[in-house]
Design a protein around this ligand. Structure first.
Ligand SMILES: C[S@@+](CC[C@H](N)C(=O)[O-])C[C@H]1O[C@@H](n2cnc3c(N)ncnc32)[C@H](O)[C@@H]1O
Length: 242
């Protein structure tokens, strides 16, 4: 090789003051220095410790690497109050926290995360001890009455990853109740979890998109997660009426 123009090395892309995209790797500035949450690697950039965001362990991370748009558009604003349904053991939640709240919640964010599995709540509660603003809730995403009181006003950003049958109904009902007009809703949809008698996965995803449109949402993007999470898509919707 030789003779050709050298391609200029692209620098990191700063998606927020605490989230950076370094080539094809996402990093968040660690809100709790010295601590990894799920065995991810730690590395310093400009003297500040960051955690590697593994896209094979996080649909939000995978969506940010796969979106055709600016990945930062999938994140809420720092300092917002947001709702996360199906928080699991807190992998995505931990990175979202780094962005939304920062160390000692210096941005003043609030991350309400709901899961119905007690073993997940145990991990989330442990994480919350060092993360003010992280609010773990043992609850069913379908039973708003039991925990909705924690969100007296509607939120600008809502994420759902429950991987159970009826995911679209759960999402639409949560958007209706908790998402403010103009707010962003992200639905991670696992094809295998839906009861589907139609003609294959693409038709299933198309029917979900149509349902979201029919319910009055703008579908900004449908992000294919295959490769990071097979048989999953991330639906990015904007609630109308801002
Ligand atoms: C795929 S895991 C979530 C992983 C997590 N979002 C992450 O990226 O780290 C799905 C989670 O949804 C929870 N779940 C399933 N149905 C639920 C429901 N109706 N309400 C609340 N959580 C639910 C499960 O307990 C499980 O922890």
């Amino acid at each position: 090789m030789g003779g050709g123009k050298k391609r200029r090395q692209r620098g990191p892309q700063h998606l927020s003051s605490t989230v950076r995209l370094e080539r094809r790797t996402l990093w968040t500035q660690n809100a709790v220095e010295g601590k990894a949450v799920y065995g991810e690697s730690l590395r310093r950039f400009s003297g500040k410790e960051h955690r590697r965001w593994d896209p094979t362990r996080s649909k939000l991370g995978a969506g940010m690497l796969r979106t055709n748009r600016d990945p930062g558009l999938l994140l809420p604003e720092q300092g917002d109050t947001v709702l996360y349904l199906g928080a699991g053991h807190g992998t995505s939640v931990s990175h979202l926290y780094d962005h939304l709240c920062g160390a000692s919640n210096r941005f003043g964010g609030r991350l309400v995360c709901v899961d119905l599995a007690p073993r997940c709540l145990r991990d989330l509660t442990f994480m919350a001890k060092q993360r003010p603003g992280l609010v773990p809730v043992l609850g069913d995403a379908r039973q708003h009455a039991a925990w909705g009181v924690l969100l007296p006003t509607k939120v600008p950003w809502l994420f759902q990853d429950v991987a159970q049958a009826g995911q679209v109904d759960i999402f639409l009902s949560a958007c209706d109740r908790f998402l403010q007009p103009g707010g962003l809703g992200l639905l991670s949809l696992k094809a295998a979890s839906e009861r589907w008698t139609g003609e294959g996965e693409s038709a299933l995803f198309a029917s979900v998109e149509q349902r979201l449109l029919d319910s009055g949402h703008e579908v900004e993007e449908v992000v294919e997660l295959t490769g990071y999470e097979d048989n999953h898509r991330l639906f990015v919707v904007r609630k109308q009426g801002a």
